[in-house]
Ligand binder design. Structure first.
Ligand code: ZN
Length: 294
């Protein structure tokens, strides 16, 4: 709701400036007509909207591809700002910093290879709701959406990467629990979870989105196999709001467990993240190329 709040604030501030101006005007010129005030207020309202609305996406930089018209891949570094995500076992790392570092590396690599356009949902340490993240993908009409996360578990031995794709039925109790935790970040969305997921079951577009998302997850895991440590059942399914609301093939990647000392050490360095970043870039390009031929 952040950008809506900004619009409200912009209108509010605009109206206050206008009101102050009117008071001043009426002091300076007692004959000023009420109709002047309405015209000024209208402009202020319009001004507030025209400044605030594009800002929500204007803050998102789309990096160009070598050829024009290439699909836009939106990379979403999980968490940010007041929401740090998981804390590493060392106590010195936070999920929000690692996801941002990894997202930047992936965006740089994709930009360098030049086959897709790339945008990040956040470029800095900024809080975004899940709806805002998905909204960026919708408004950019993204061809793919990747949400990057790092896991944490009570068992310090749990390690390896997992890829989640959207489904109405969770693949395991753990996947369901994880989706509930991620969805709970947006209190406003989680209350409508069951009804809206059920209502959308009949939605053909959603079915297609789920199938394409599962295809992307499988492709990514094939690229990652042998190069990145994966969990025993690395492809999981769950009802993630952030994925559903993107309206495009979308996966959520848990790059590893920062509650595990080995995974944390690996994910803390660019070199440690590089094999997964490369697998992601290759899977994204292969996926876009395959769907472009359909
Ligand atoms: Zn997370």
């Amino acid at each position: 709701m952040e950008w809506r709040g900004k619009i409200g604030l912009a209108i509010g501030v605009g109206m206050m400036v206008v009101a102050a101006g009117l008071v001043l005007a009426s002091v300076q010129n007692g004959t000023k007509k009420a109709s002047d005030g309405i015209a000024i207020a209208g402009e202020a309202r319009q001004g507030g909207l025209t400044v605030a609305l594009p800002d929500a996406v204007a803050g998102v930089r789309v990096r160009k591809a070598r050829l024009p018209g290439r699909p836009i891949v939106v990379i979403d570094p999980g968490h940010g700002g007041k929401d740090p995500g998981a804390t590493g076992v060392s106590g010195s790392t936070q999920e929000k910093d690692l996801t941002l570092a990894m997202a930047r590396e992936l965006a740089d690599l994709l930009e360098e290879r030049g086959r897709v356009r790339v945008a990040l949902t956040r470029e800095g340490d900024r809080y975004l709701t899940l709806e805002q993240r998905a909204g960026i993908a919708r408004r950019l009409q993204a061809g793919l959406f990747l949400s990057l996360h790092m896991d944490s578990a009570p068992n310090p031995l749990a390690k390896g990467a997992t890829v989640y794709s959207l489904s109405d039925v969770a693949s395991s109790e753990e996947a369901a629990r994880f989706a509930r935790a991620e969805n709970a970040v947006d209190g406003a969305l989680s209350s409508e979870e069951n009804d809206s997921v059920r209502a959308l079951l009949a939605d053909v577009a959603l079915r297609e989105q789920m199938e394409d998302s599962a295809g992307l997850a499988e492709r990514l895991l094939r690229r990652a196999a042998g190069r990145v440590e994966l969990r025993p059942r690395p492809h999981q399914f769950a009802a993630f709001h952030v994925l559903r609301r993107t309206e495009t093939p979308a996966v959520l990647i848990e790059a590893g467990y920062i509650s595990n000392a080995d995974d944390e050490a690996m994910l803390q360095t660019r070199e440690g993240r590089a094999p997964l970043v490369l697998a992601l870039a290759q899977a994204v390009e292969a996926d876009v190329a395959t769907r472009g031929q359909r």
